[in-house]
Ligand binder design. Sequence first.
Ligand code: ARG
Ligand code: GLU
Length: 708
Amino acid sequence: MRKTIIVFTLLLVARILPAVEGMWVPIFLEKLNADEMKAMGMRITTDDIYHFEKASLKDAVVIFGGGCTGEMISSKGLLLTNHHCGYGQIQSHSSVENDLLTKGFWAKDASEELKNPGLTATFIRLMEDVTDAVLDGEATTAENIKAVKEQYETQYEGWTFEIKPFFYGNQYIIIGKEIFKDVRLVGAPPSAIGKYGSDTDNWMWPRHTGDFAMFRVYAGADNSPADYSEDNVPYQPKKHLTINAGGVNEGDFAMVFGFPGSTQQYLPAREVEYITEVYNPERIEVRDVLLSNLDQRMRASDEVRIKYAAKYARIANAWKKWRGENIGIRESKGVQRKKDLEFEFRRRLLSNPELNSTYGYVIDSLNHYYASLVPYARVRNYYIEVGIQGVEALRTIREIIIATRTFESGEIDEEAFMMQIGKRIASLKKDYAAEADQEALATIMPLYIKRLGELTPQRIVDIDRSNNGDWAAIAEKGFNDKFFQNHLMDFDESGKAKKFIKALKKSVLFDIAEALMDNYTDIVAPNFARLQNAINKHQKTYMAGLMVVFPEKRFYPDANFPLRVSYGKVEGFAPVDAVEYHWQTTDTGILEKYIPGDYEFDLPEDFLALLENEEFGRYANESGRLPVCFISSNHTTGGNSGSPALDADGYLIGLNFDRAWEGTMSDLNYDIERCRNIMVDARYILWVVETLGGVGYLIDEMDVVGFD
Ligand code: ARG
Ligand code: GLU
């Protein structure tokens, strides 16, 4: 009886404890977080999460490719990540006749798995605080970093080391990685499941996306990383995750373990204002134009839709996040909260002259530098939005100009030059609709000139004036002249470089691309870098100051990609008046959203039939419904896609893939009331694999608990 009361009280306390902001460094959990994690319900130890020698959860989590997270879910190297993380690989194995994006793919056995040249899975084997060695005043930081790295490289052969600054360089941590290079595609649901709701539902809750895919990591005969070979064998990880199919419940402890890319939690209020009032709106506006052009064209033509699906998704993803970020900062009074913090920072400093002389100036200095940065940052943003992302032909011509300069200076010969150019042009022409690109140029350039005003590069002003500002005519000319039509769209690799370059230099698109590029490289980039350096120095001081001035606060470093732990609990939220979100979605919602024939909400027939039969078996929740997605209060960001969501025992309960709209400002200012991360329920993944995929052997090789 007494025991029950204690357990009950503990459970009650765990439920009452508020969730926690922060992305924490695994090696400091014991010092900073362990007590709280336990009080919130966690039953494993921090050694179970990270231990250098002992197999721990860190040995089950990988960097998938360049920017996502994945995890080991079997003793045979089976890897789970998001569908949108493996999208490029799935697409690369697809053709019109065999479209894996549409149909999905399930290897019936190892022989059917598909190799992916260039794809890696990276394990983090070691993290150590090397601050003292790096900041040792005997040598420069750069020299120290080099020396420390070399020391580790000799000690641990075969691992790759990287030293990363944390807290803007107040702390340095070395990271030892083991990189596997043979990663094969095992399974992916059709996009109708893996990308259900597409851009309309992206960044939104309630969500019904089965955003998962499976790969397998292969190793050499000795279980070590090896280049692709038919003789490679499935990698036996030191640790793989147990999957809990017993289900999650509201209030349960949940943590996310993965690779958050970048956040900016410690900016001064002024810079948050620039981001939300200047940078985001300007970039959003350019993308508004691009996306509405593309949307019309994609709706009018299947061919354009297929070609531009991935590009559209990429442009729309950041665009939508920035919009959510702006709304979130406004509604959560994010700028005011930062101003309050700065006021308190200054107030406390005033009572301590010594600290005041070290830190008292720093916010003013930061404000000064951030203000000086504005014009350069704006031109830089427009350069990225217009010259690099927005008009694809301009990006390619920029690359051609760079290659031309190396050719003209004699660094590469004609053959190499023509080959390089050929590659660039081929990558432009893959999935390309020149009419759409022409429209992009015609519509964004007037906006560019209008918004940048006096900051517009002179050569662009000249082009504008000599054509009476008629960018439709300029674009028409550019996309139909001899260079674009004959040399670019109809490139001949065996042709003469001289002829190609002559036509290039006469072309309108060359003029525009070179004007944008030279303005950026010669004027903007050096100033941007100079100011950014000064800012980094002051951010470091400000960060150190915050930590000294607020000793009662617990600080976590901004995301910088190395492994982090976020913890909180499964819970809904009530972001605005009269709206309260439930924490879980089910099959019911998939059918509610279903729109036959729609490109975002259509469903394949076999899947529809399975849903309508309601055969959810051992995967059903207490109400007999199939759980699909759930949310919790874990602090996550881009890069956390594919991260495992783990329960109190460290078992896999879900797969992280997104954040809810109302809380996308968490990269700048986390707010526990509004910020929720979105995960696919592990049960939905298993159900799809077993029922739709028909590849039960995959479930057999996993360790699944909680069936009963
Ligand atoms: N918003 C998620 C992330 O930032 C998912 C993006 C992929 N999905 C999409 N519909 N674009 O990566
Ligand atoms: N979808 C994001 C990614 O690919 C994760 C969502 C987020 O930004 O929180 O990393």
